[in-house]
Design a binder for this molecule. Sequence first.
Ligand code: AMP
Length: 297
Amino acid sequence: MSVDAPRVFDAVDTLRSAVARWKRHGARVALVPTMGALHAGHMALIARAQALADRTIVSIFVNPTQFAPNEDFLRYPRTFEADVAKLRDVGCDAVWAPAAETMYPDGFATRIEMDGPALGLETDFRPHFFAGVSIVCCKLFTQTQADVAVFGEKDYQQLAVMRRLVADLDLPIEIVGHETIREADGLALSSRNAYLSKDHRAIAPRMVEILETAVAQLREGQSIADCEAKAVAALAAAGFDHVDYVAIRDARTLARCSGPTAETGQPLRILAAAWLGETRLIDNLDASLEPAPSAAD
Ligand code: AMP
């Protein structure tokens, strides 16, 4: 932990020199990629990173390539000064905050196209999303040369995609998943919760309750299709304006299950995305027949 932490970097060469200095002294370096507007969920990831490494870098970059033109890139909350103050309070070592032109200079031409865990779910509704996340995280990994990166289970498909990406490209970085941090009423913390009206905020925690009910039904032996369909209906009845999906999938590959019901020994995850007005919420839970402490680890 640095005394005058954190140093804010916006150029790759100065960031790399600092990391090289740390590594010459044998330090293990962790990265927590974020889009800023830091909340307690991000801070839990940072605490985990600090426990896993000697030096922690938090990247703050609202990545334009993962937003479609109709999405909330322009109105996404940006609270850089407050974020840096929070990072100072916890003794984070470095903030990596590149400008968009640094990340994607003129002539940038590389894309990453993934199958496997990137297929379906989020991709059915945000087809551009994982290409944007994959390219930016690949760059963040190589820019920071971190030994370990911590991602939240909150974005479970993203975590599965990161594990696949790193394995497929032999990237020398370990991916660690951290459990979802929730409000007292169960709502998963998210920077986008700030968009919710008072009425929508009251409905939002129903999502995790409905997923819990679906998991209980699955564990009673009800079929996967029935549990998914009942959860979709329950979300609509609770006041969600539109349900993009509720899906019970293999927790590691996110592939569809082969049988009609859950099978003992197969790690499962239930994932959902639904809209309250203009705000899209996502959440997920372990759905294995034998609950795992953390299916992502
Ligand atoms: P974001 O800034 O939304 O891109 O998120 C940055 C990282 O924080 C991602 O790995 C997210 O999965 C993680 N994250 C966001 N919300 C939470 C939460 N409520 N609990 C745990 N991790 C979270």
